[in-house]
Write a protein that binds this ligand. Structure first.
Ligand code: GSH
Length: 221
């Protein structure tokens, strides 16, 4: 049994929750109140977490001591391994890791959107962020999807099957829309990134994912 501890946000934990849902793995979704972007954990929870941060995963097995795992990408990688979402060989696993790290960099490029409060400055930051994210990440992911489809006939980032890298990417698109109203599915001319859209739509059309999205707590971040 897994217990995922996190703030009540989508945040760093949401791709992990999406992996659990996609793979039909049961987990306890334990959430702590979040009032602002820099909310602090209650001290008694903080001291339970290996690095004082969430997300934190507890892995409970009958008759065995509960183990803890922290750092969102380490948790994601562990669950991806368990659920067969890490490619089909060593190299594909490494490429999945590369793309997940690129998604984390993309997320970092959004940082100022979370901290700026003045509407006019925010508008300028949005334009700058969109330019960076399209040029540095989205157009590249679109090319990777096109090339992988040409080689393997499947709309996914790595090899012939869906992986955790696909989940991190579609989650970034979803999150940008919900948190900032930004459309990551179109280029600067308003043209759709066709493969990105196909991947995004096929993932969020999966009934158990739709069910999760419909019932998950509604949060700003
Ligand atoms: N590198 C860590 C970062 C974790 C992190 O910064 N967590 C923040 C919330 S997003 C936190 O737990 N803050 C609690 C606190 O400072 O009390 C990861 O990827 O898990």
């Amino acid at each position: 049994m897994y217990k995922l501890h996190d703030f009540n946000v989508r945040g760093l934990g949401e791709p992990i929750r999406l992996m659990f849902k996609y793979s039909r793995v049961e987990f306890d979704d334990i959430r702590y109140p979040c009032t602002s972007i820099d909310s602090k954990l209650p001290p008694e929870i903080k001291e339970k977490c290996p690095w004082g941060d969430v997300p934190m995963l507890e892995i409970c097995q009958d008759g065995k001591e509960t183990r803890k795992l922290a750092q969102s990408l380490a948790i994601g990688r562990y669950i991806a391994n368990k659920c067969g979402l890490r490619g089909s060989n060593e190299f594909e696993s490494a490429v999945c890791d590369e793309y997940v790290d690129a998604c984390a960099d993309l997320f970092e490029a959004l940082f100022e959107l979370y901290t700026e409060t003045e509407p006019e400055k925010l508008k300028l930051i949005e334009e700058k962020v969109l330019e960076t994210v399209r040029g540095k990440y989205l157009s590249k992911f679109e090319n990777i999807l096109q090339e992988n489809k040409r080689q393997n006939g499947v709309c996914c980032l790595v090899g012939g099957k869906f992986s955790w890298a696909d989940i991190y990417l579609v989650h970034r698109i979803d999150d940008a829309k919900i948190s900032h109203g930004l459309d990551f599915t179109r280029d600067k001319h308003g043209e759709k990134y066709l493969e990105l859209v196909a991947l995004y739509e096929s993932f969020y059309a999966i009934p158990r994912i739709q069910e999760w999205v419909k019932h998950r707590p509604v949060t700003k971040f």
